[in-house]
Design a protein around this ligand. Structure first.
Ligand code: SF4
Length: 431
């Protein structure tokens, strides 16, 4: 299952009108990816202030050769949480292939303790996702209940094979939470050829049949159909991916009919040898333009065949691919500030970013690192110092790019920072 996180179409953001937000960036990215806007909400701003003030003090002490100040009491505000590496599919386009079905497991008690410690320090949202299929975690439903008991926003990215478990968990979700199914196809045949489910009888029809039941159980829960667009020439190592670009319209119609709230189209990502997730557009400019023209035509047609309240979305990385601006997002500041604000917790350890999940150089520490908050702080400080994003992320189309530059400007500036949050509360806490 693809492990990039993408919030629902209905999550709100009022970034466009806020002082201090990079308005240009806000118009280029989906509102749900306007992380700088989200960070200016009253619920986040005090933690952002603590971080920026600490970074300023750190740089000043370094310049003056003094002892470095300790990090204040911070923890990530949002995490991607891989509950398990187990997966019951074998998708040809999976970017987390190398970490699936390993021996590493969470210890449920320790994991809960780590989440609890983070929540005490400002954690607001958890995206249950993979490397691995979250609904296969033996205590999945109970874990959703636990997270909601901490008043966290919760979302799930799932392969859809356990609709029964999503249905059981449905009553716990609240407004703003979302579940997104990675389905990538419009027909049963393409679904099976792309995903290779272990349960041979599983079909796209069956998966979609759960959606009206889940919607009925909790109408506030936003339900998304995710479609990673693959085209001839795409590959994962030696494996050629099945093309699905011709099924975009059928998938949108199917999702609309099945009472999903939206379909989100995104481009296929590849993992480089160094472990980073990257966009790898078709090899020549002419090939790329031909593929993009087909994608645009399919999106236009999809919008014609769906019900009026159903949304057909192009993900931010698809949009930047289509507008030819995707390379702008590979120019990172040296310090990736998002490493402090959003982290990835997996059975293999805690990592700095979804784009480097499972990669040694991006590992902060053990899977239960934050069960002892001081250890989380210590290792986050170390990675903030040692991980040079200009080098490590120079090929990554990073959707946090604008937010990282905005934070870098706040750290570099000498002006007073406003104690009062510049933004209004949207309660969209997914980063
Ligand atoms: S700069 Fe690198 S580590 Fe930071 S968010 Fe972007 S891809 Fe992730």
């Amino acid at each position: 299952m693809p492990s990039s996180s993408e919030p629902s179409s209905t999550a709100a953001s009022s970034a466009d009108s806020k002082p201090g937000v990079d308005g240009d960036a806000a118009t280029k990215v989906e509102r749900v990816h306007d992380f700088a806007g989200k960070l200016q909400q009253p619920s986040f701003w005090p933690k952002v202030l603590d971080y920026v003030k600490w970074q300023r003090a750190l740089r000043k002490a370094e310049a003056e050769g003094r002892a470095l100040p300790e990090m204040p009491e911070l923890a990530p505000l949002s995490i991607n949480l891989d509950l398990t590496t187990a997966c019951n599919y074998a998708c040809d386009h999976c970017i987390d292939w190398d970490i699936l079905n390993g021996r590493d497991r969470h210890e449920d008690d320790l994991l809960r303790e780590a989440i609890q410690r983070m929540a005490e320090r400002g954690l607001r949202s958890v995206i249950l996702i993979g490397g691995g299929e979250p609904t296969l975690y033996p205590r999945f439903v109970d874990f959703v209940a636990f997270l909601k008991g901490l008043d966290l926003s919760v979302s799930v990215v799932t392969n859809g094979s356990r609709g029964d478990r999503i249905l059981q968990a449905a009553p716990y979700f609240t407004k703003g939470d979302w579940v997104r199914l990675s389905l990538d196809s419009g027909s049963n045949d393409t679904f099976v050829r792309m995903h290779h489910p272990k349960q041979k009888s599983l079909t796209l029809d069956e998966i979609c049949s759960w959606i009206p039941k889940i919607k009925a159980a909790n109408p506030d829960l936003s339900l998304g159909f995710s479609f990673v667009i693959t085209w001839v020439g795409g590959s994962r190592g030696e494996v050629k991916v099945v093309e699905n670009i011709h099924e975009m319209v059928a998938a949108a119609k199917r999702a609309s009919d099945a009472s999903f709230d939206y379909i989100s189209f995104k481009p296929f990502l590849e993992r480089q040898e160094d472990g980073s997730e990257v966009l790898d557009p078709a090899k020549t400019e002419a090939e790329l333009q031909a593929v993009l023209a087909r994608i645009q035509a399919n999106i236009d047609e999809a919008r014609r065949v769906v019900r009026p309240d159903f949304k057909v979305l192009a993900s931010t990385n698809l949009r930047v691919l289509m507008t030819g601006t995707w390379r702008d997002y590979t120019n990172q500041p040296k310090v990736c500030h998002m490493q402090m604000l959003r982290q990835v917790v997996t059975p293999l350890g805690t990592f700095n970013c979804p784009a480097h999940r499972g990669v040694a150089k991006a590992k902060l520490g053990d899977k239960d690192l934050w069960a002892v908050a001081a250890a989380g702080q210590h290792d986050t400080s170390r990675v903030l110092r040692d991980f040079d994003a200009t080098v490590e992320c120079g090929e990554v189309t990073c959707l946090y790019n604008g937010t990282n530059w905005w934070l870098e400007e706040l750290v570099s500036a000498s002006s007073e920072l406003p104690e009062e949050a510049p933004g209004t509360e949207s309660r969209d806490w997914f980063l």
